[in-house]
Design a protein around this ligand. Sequence first.
Ligand SMILES: [Zn+2]
Length: 165
Amino acid sequence: MYHVVTPDPRDSAPDTASELPDADERPSGSELKKKERVLHTRVPAVLERELKRFAENLRVPVSNLVRTILEDAVTAADHATETVEQRLRRAAGTLEQERERLKKKIVTDRLAGVFAFQSVTLAKPQTCAKCECDLPIGERAHFGLTDAPQAERVFVCDDCLPKPA
Ligand SMILES: [Zn+2]
């Protein structure tokens, strides 16, 4: 187990986390409420495959999944003594059971920074961030607007648009 914490966002990310841009790994100074750091963690190959498979399954970047699992660990008092690796291993072992719960948390995280939805006509196929339905070219969808300049683009379908109570 080996890990390095670096405050430099330009530092190259590990392969497993480089599939999609990750807003939180590119801090932009004053825009951020809190300073976030890039955590490079070496994990066993088997665990990496599991995490990759699970992330693909949820259609999220591996880095998002790992962050969610770790944030989750911070709030889990009964596992407070676990190391990062132990927590990731345990999570990988119970991924199927935790799948739905983690998925819900990741969806919440992805939409957390959105302050409004703007109706758009899609020029490229997208997937609804909430229900994961396919949104083909030409479809009307709703683009999530955020203040974070490097935020991941999120779209939702008509059904998943927030409705007045
Ligand atoms: Zn939807």
